[in-house]
Design a protein around this ligand. Sequence first.
Ligand SMILES: [Zn+2]
Length: 412
Amino acid sequence: MTPPLSRLAAFVSSHAPARFGDRILGTYDAARPGPTFVIFGGIHGNEPAGVEAARVVLDELRRLELPLRGRLVGVAGNLAALGGDRRFVDRDLNRRWFESDLGRLLAADPALDGAEDRQQRELAAFFEEIDRSTDGPAVFLDLHSTSGVSAPFMCMADTLRNRRVALALPLPIILGLEEAIDGTVMGYLTERGHTAFAIEGGKHDAPATLQNHVSAIWLALVASGNLAAGEVPRYTEHRARLEGSAEGQPRLLEITYRHPVAPEDGFVMDPGFWSFQPVKAGTRLAHDKNGPIRTPRDAVMLMPLYQAQGEDGFFLGRPLSLTKLRVSSLLRTLRLEFLLDLIPGVRPHFGEADRWLVPASVSEGFTRDLFFLFGYRRMRREGVWVVFGRRRPGFLGRTAARPGEVDDEDGP
Ligand SMILES: [Zn+2]
């Protein structure tokens, strides 16, 4: 039985602990059981659309007293850089989200914190607070925008838990970014056992970007079980907006190349590139102090850098089939991983769970594809070996699932 709306409409501001101050954009809780859903905006200071989108959705939930299950929390990322035209002050806040880096930061004297150190310290405390006040895994939606023109898309670490929610949104999914970029906040939250993925809503200043974010939040709330489609105002409109923006784009892309950039490189992207643009082998994409930079093979352009700050010049990707992804879900669910042991020369990495050693000479092509099907990605080179690994989330920092809880990677 559904209680009357008036009884559900309890906006409980006390859920937002005072010590997080302006960081909490708002909380909505209609006192019905369900997962915690966190909208995370502005981890990059020059990407304010995500912060605004969180406010828009929170306002609508309150105004219409919607019967949300669980609670929704909107949180701002880089308070030190937001409001200006810069991505960060000292360093990119969406890096160094490794337990080891974080441990060092939390052990250090806060008086010595740089701008982003302080932000990261506060965000880590916020994530702890979410873990403490949540029964099961939470859902984190990390909202971004790009300096170049782009259709909206999603990025995520490739766990079955992330796939379940992300595949319900009609947007292109980019896999393999966690292989290319180390230490993103969504990777960190995925490893803590949560559902966590990022949405690139479009170009920083394009009016459609805010709208895309708002639509993506509503659809993700439905996919996560916080609301039924029928409870979302103008649900079909939101769905149609994302479907329309994704039209003609591949459903799935795998990152195959990242062009790293350091300030001293003098990197300048050639004008006129946009995300999802097919580029032919040999096309000149950019130049730096060493001369022109061309694509070695036919590929799909992603996130060309058209701003001063940023460590990624551009990414290249290739389309993947949805069938392949479905086959891989099945293989992982059926625990057929022993098949990997049958590949000549391949062996488990002793001392590290979920890591395999593959001779570099056979690490491309078929072997790589097979590892991909089981959710593994190339992680690093170790002498003649390439180490393949994957995320195997525990829950809230533990390495194993709770008793009675099905571990993400083994579950249906
Ligand atoms: Zn960003």
